[in-house]
Design a protein around this ligand. Structure first.
Ligand SMILES: Cc1cc2nc3c(=O)[nH]c(=O)nc-3n(C[C@H](O)[C@H](O)[C@H](O)COP(=O)(O)OP(=O)(O)OC[C@H]3O[C@@H](n4cnc5c(N)ncnc54)[C@H](O)[C@@H]3O)c2cc1C
Length: 297
């Protein structure tokens, strides 16, 4: 039986692990994929304090090595269910089960994909899912934002002063704005919007060079494609076990408690709105410190 089982080895989970282990707890981190989480797949990061610029893989590796050097145990497994037996919380994995006094869920979220040819091939080579993270790498270049909602508009607004040209490809006849008023369109002055359009494929050699949009005959030259069609949590298996919001994110209070005693959540998987490394690490620290406090009671 572990004191704390942490699911997910991104910045949130690893920060939790570092705090818990330093407090002398028996901790295991369960990871189904790459140790270090999304960060390990990012190119350059320029907004994590302490590093003016750092390679995503290097930062992720630093997190992992710090946790391992403290003696945090890592297991390669996928959590597929969660069970509660009295005071015991049990993570059901596809390979094994893990009993703990406390469970910290740091599952992250995944970007919705366009599911078109070239999208996976050019990930990090012109295809991005995060304008605030990667926009600076497209300074004075031509970029296309794919999406119709607030996040697509927010990406376009962010990219506008940085890039040479910004276009939006929206599958609808108009943008579907919830947070922004229609006046925002004035601020998008200079942004070409392809309405009723979908990207059919992304092409290039080593980097993105052009895209095919279904509503126009000719291919469109571009250096970058920012996919802003939303992110999604993968929490279907938690339905009915802990409270989720309408999008499937885990509801937490400001101390990272979920609706179930002994289960905490942190990072991109929570219903908090800012999804960045610095907020993931902060929430990871809060989850762990609060869990330690609650365990003492
Ligand atoms: C292309 C890109 C660029 C970005 N650039 C920046 C940037 O420059 N600056 C910045 O601050 N943020 C950036 N971000 C956002 C940042 O990566 C995330 O906010 C951060 O990684 C969230 O950390 P996390 O620990 O909550 O989740 P994640 O990093 O997503 O880690 C979650 C981990 O949980 C694992 N997991 C999920 N479900 C299960 C399961 N059932 N069983 C076992 N393991 C599971 C996943 O495999 C993953 O490793 C970027 C994101 C992307 C996609």
């Amino acid at each position: 039986m572990f004191d704390i089982v942490i699911v997910g080895s991104g910045p949130a989970g690893l920060t939790s692990a570092i705090y818990a282990k330093r407090a002398g707890k028996k901790v295991v981190v369960i990871e189904k994929s790459i140790e270090g989480g999304q960060v390990a797949t990012i190119g350059k990061i320029e907004n994590y304090p302490g590093f003016a610029q750092i390679d995503g893989f290097e930062l992720a590796d630093n997190f992992v090595r710090q946790a391992k050097s403290l003696g945090v145990e890592f297991v390669q497994d996928e959590m597929i269910d969660l069970k509660f037996e009295g005071d015991k919380n049990i993570v059901i994995g596809s390979k094994s089960n893990y009993e703990a006094k406390v469970i910290i869920l740091a599952l992250g979220s995944v970007s919705r994909k366009l599911k078109v040819d070239g999208e996976d091939k050019f990930l990090g080579k012109g295809v991005s899912y995060c304008a605030t993270c990667d926009g600076n790498f497209f300074r004075n270049k031509n970029v296309v934002v794919v999406g119709s909602g607030d996040s697509a508009v927010s990406s376009a607004l962010y990219l506008l002063p940085i890039c040479k040209t910004v276009s939006i490809v929206s599958k609808y006849p108009e943008l579907k704005l919830k947070g922004y008023s229609k006046d925002i369109l004035n601020k998008l002055n200079g942004v070409k919007i392809y309405y009723n359009s979908n990207i059919e494929r992304i092409e290039g050699d080593n980097f993105v060079e052009k895209i095919k949009i279904d509503s126009i005959e000719k291919e469109v030259s571009t250096d970058g494609v920012f996919v802003s069609i939303g992110r999604m949590p993968t929490t279907e298996f938690l339905l009915g076990k802990i409270e989720l919001d309408e999008k499937g994110y885990i509801k937490v209070d400001n101390l990272m408690h979920t609706s179930r005693r002994g289960v905490y959540a942190c990072g991109d998987i929570t219903n908090n709105t800012v999804k960045q490394i610095v907020t993931a690490t902060a929430e990871g620290a809060i989850a762990s410190m609060q869990a330690l406090k609650d365990m003492q009671k």
